[in-house]
Design a protein. Structure first.
Lengths: 296, 369
């Protein structure tokens, strides 16, 4: 994918934005240097996420720097996964989901009028908790699934290049290069997860979201994925949700702590700061209690 | 020593432990119980008069269960006894269910095989006077080629209508449908499942009168009648299969920026295709043996008709029915043709199942084989 297509506007049609009379969305005016550019930062301002009448997440504002790893931690049910999914509009898969506030990727509002969620997801990829390679496809086809299913006409030589690049990028090439035509589901859990990462990076997104990518894996595989994340950070903006605080401390540059007051209450972002500070001298007592293991 | 103390000591010293082994009913004693049950069955029959095997089985089976329970209860204890009773009952239930299947297969093969010859597979029912004379002499005459062709055409048409219709309905219900419309469709599919087949035939007959004029009976009308019966079966089975596709796969596809329709076509359907195929085959098997609706909608013909839009068309079940009701002279010839037609129908269904199995295996995702 060249910079021109990856930098394409998210807008399907250009029209006046609803919020703010004067605000005109002019995608062409926004500079975007593609995956290698530095402008792929995410700005979330006052984001609340609803499922029907239920407010799952309330008033989250944060800035996620390009080419860094941001970890989101917090107790179960505090809305960190929901928040993560709202960053590429995956939460909309559930009926009645909606948001208030805005999420901007390189200056463009992901929830602006006329924005196509499909286009958003091409720019913001995702890796899930449980490895989910397509069972009908070989390892090779899994990697190029994103390219093929987006109905791009690609020559075999081009996909060969993309497969090798993505698998090398996911530290999986050496292990599978001799059995690319075998089903992806025949790999081990850790290999499957790296295959899923290769699949996500093959479409060259700007941002990579990871929803507890190691929680179903053994320590060795977890280490492999963590090393991979540190490598991927050179090219991608990574946001990871994790229950493993050591993992957050090991890999992330910044850490955000989510908490919930009680059942039925919305989750909130308590604080977000540099990881070293969050794990040594956080500003909030709740964060201190959580990272030292006093609750959660 | 109290019971608690006993368990405590037994946990410490293996010598006082309750044994992990238990007495079991030996194979020989179980065979003995079974023989005794049969003998009791025979004995009661003999005492009451003539020995009828149905009655022997009807008495021996519950006697066997009862004796097994008592013996096992005495030797092995309560839990084992219940286990043996459950196992015996389940095995008997299985045998009872298998009985009609095996009986039907044996009868159809033994009665039908004699007339399953070249004449039967290539000829039709336009019998010349010479044929009729020969038939009186006991020479095989007449065939069901026209009925085989009719069955294939009518069922093919029914499948061509019902499979896309049912599959698209299932896709709508699983992937898109929500709220009142989806609930209404689900209810209507349920209601459709319960439509008596003859009503479906009447519907198709009435429908095609509007198109081809009064009294018309055609292959396509038969196909439509069968498709009415087939569609809900396809919807139901395809729906179940699509629901089995994990949501994670859909999400994985969406997260790659793949539009919903492409996700359905390229990820969901290939994952479910093996099950859908099996469901379609079952639906075809369900309608291929229908008689009543075709009697009304497609009528009866004595010779081959390859055009489903003009003229009557016979299918194998209708052929079988008429050969049995109006066998001609001598009656044996007609009845033999009826059996042979039934056998051909069974063979067609068997071939269909085999093909579907093979196809399903080939299409099944390599990772799930």
């Amino acid at each position: 994918m060249d910079t021109e297509t990856s930098g394409a506007p998210l807008m399907m049609t250009q029209r006046t934005a609803n919020r703010g009379e004067t605000e005109m969305i002019e995608p062409q005016a926004i500079p975007d240097a593609g995956p290698t550019g530095a402008s792929n930062r995410l700005e979330v301002s006052d984001l609340s996420i609803y499922y029907g009448d239920f407010r799952a997440v309330e008033g989250v504002s944060m800035e996620i720097e390009a080419r860094s790893i941001t970890a989101l931690i917090g107790p179960s049910g505090c809305g960190k996964s929901t928040f993560l999914r709202s960053l590429n509009r995956m939460h909309e898969v559930i009926d009645g989901a909606r948001v208030e506030g805005s999420v901007r990727l390189a200056g463009q509002d992901l929830y602006g009028p006329g924005v196509d969620p499909v286009e958003v997801r091409r720019r913001v990829g995702m890796v899930f908790q449980r490895p989910n390679p397509f069972p009908t496809m070989s390892i090779y086809d899994n990697v190029v699934a994103g390219l093929r299913l987006n109905s791009k006409r690609m020559r075999r030589s081009e996909t060969d290049v993309a497969v090798e690049r993505s698998l090398r990028g996911a530290n999986l090439w050496e292990e599978v290069k001799d059995r690319l035509d075998k089903p992806g589901s025949g790999l081990s859990g850790g290999q499957q997860q790296r295959l899923c990462i290769a699949r996500a990076t093959a479409v060259e997104p700007d941002v990579l979201l990871m929803d507890e990518p190691c929680s179903a894996l053994d320590p060795i595989s977890t280490l492999a994925i963590e090393q991979l994340m540190l490598k991927l950070k050179q090219d991608y903006t990574i946001v990871i949700v994790t229950h493993n605080m050591q993992q957050a401390a090991r890999v992330s540059d910044r850490t955000g702590f989510f908490n919930i007051e009680g059942t039925g209450k919305p989750g909130r972002l308590i604080e977000i700061d540099d990881t070293t500070k969050m794990f040594s001298t956080p500003a909030e007592q709740a964060t201190q209690d959580y990272v030292t293991g006093r609750f959660g | 020593m109290t019971a608690t103390e006993q368990t405590l000591t037994s946990a410490v010293s293996p010598s006082g432990a309750s044994p992990l082994t238990a007495q079991q009913l030996s194979r020989a004693s179980r065979v003995g119980i079974a023989s005794a049950a049969v003998l009791i069955g025979l004995g009661i029959n003999a005492v009451l008069g003539e020995v009828r095997w149905g009655w022997v089985v009807a008495i021996a089976a519950p006697t066997f269960v009862l004796l097994t329970y008592v013996a096992s209860r005495l030797v092995e204890g309560q839990r084992r006894a219940v286990d043996r009773v459950a196992a015996a009952t389940a095995t008997m239930a299985f045998l009872v269910v298998m009985l009609p299947l095996i009986s039907v297969l044996c009868t159809v093969i033994s009665e039908g095989a004699s007339r399953l010859d070249g004449t039967f597979l290539t000829g039709d029912l336009r019998l010349t006077p010479e044929d009729l004379m020969a038939q009186r002499e006991g020479v095989a005459a007449g065939g069901a080629y026209h009925a085989i062709v009719g069955t294939l055409i009518i069922t093919g048409l029914a499948a061509a209508i019902a499979v896309p219709l049912g599959l698209f309905t299932a896709i709508y219900l699983v992937e898109y449908g929500k709220g009142r419309l989806a609930r209404a469709i689900t209810t209507m599919v349920d209601v459709m499942t319960g439509i008596p087949s003859i009503v479906a035939g009447l519907f198709a007959y009435a429908l095609f009168i509007l198109i081809f004029g009064p009294g018309s009976r055609t292959g396509i009308a038969g196909g439509v009648a069968l498709s009415v019966l087939m569609t809900p079966v396809v919807v139901r089975s395809a729906e179940e299969m699509l629901k089995l596709v994990p949501n994670e796969l859909r999400e994985a596809s969406y997260a790659l920026g793949v539009p919903k329709w492409r996700t359905i076509v390229k990820v969901v359907l290939p994952t479910a295709i093996a099950g859908i195929l099996t469901g379609v085959t079952l639906a075809i098997a369900r309608v291929i043996g229908e008689t009543a609706p075709l009697l009304i909608a497609a009528g009866v013909a004595q010779s081959s008709n390859y055009n489903p839009f003009d003229g009557r068309m016979t299918s194998l079940p209708v052929f079988t029915y008429y050969q049995y009701v109006q066998p001609g002279i001598p009656t044996d010839a007609g009845v033999a043709r009826a059996w042979a037609a039934a056998l051909v129908l069974v063979i067609i269904v068997a071939v269909l199942f085999t093909v579907a199995r093979v196809l399903a295996w080939i299409l099944k995702p390599a990772g799930l084989r």
